[in-house]
Ligand binder design. Structure first.
Ligand code: HEC
Length: 129
């Protein structure tokens, strides 16, 4: 093997390794990104703070229109604008829990790891339910 061939093979190998690392970091909401406890805590927030103005259909349509966007952006949007009659009035954990409930209610699975806006939520992509 010539030196240039060895070099070529090494470059291909590095590129492959690079791709694998990138896909390992990119999760979607299908990967069990919230816990069952968060979803059930979120249901109480949802029932008292969100149900009056939106029905379940609305959240499904919202997730569809946010397809492929980072989950963190949805969290920030909800935190900045909802509840519409009193934006930002919930605790940060309550906003996180309510997102867990919305995901769970739309058929996405709970997992071991807690959903945490300070830890990797920008790398979790929303997918259409
Ligand atoms: C007082 C009524 C009201 C309450 C309570 C309320 N919302 Fe909203 N919400 C609105 C209105 C009005 C809009 C914007 C118009 C629309 O899209 O229907 C909206 C929009 C949204 C959107 C779409 C954002 C986007 O840019 O795609 C989401 C998601 C949402 N609300 C979630 C929530 C959650 C979660 C709660 C509970 C914490 C909540 N809302 C409570 C009235 C309300």
């Amino acid at each position: 093997m010539k030196f240039s061939q060895v070099l070529g093979a090494a470059v291909v190998l590095l590129a492959l390794v690079g791709c694998q690392t990138a896909s390992a970091q990119d999760k979607t909401v299908s990967d069990g990104v919230f816990t069952a406890e968060q979803a059930s805590a979120g249901q109480q927030v949802y029932d008292s703070q969100c149900k009056t103005c939106h029905n379940q259909r609305f959240y499904r349509d919202t997730l569809r229109s946010w397809n492929n966007q980072p989950l963190l952006y949805l969290w920030e949007t909800i935190m900045g604008t909802m509840p519409a009659d009193n934006p930002g009035s919930l605790l940060l954990d309550e906003y996180t829990d309510v997102i867990a409930f919305i995901l769970s209610d739309n058929g996405f699975p709970a997992g071991e790891a807690k959903l945490d806006p300070d830890d990797g939520m920008e790398a979790i992509k929303i997918v259409s339910p």
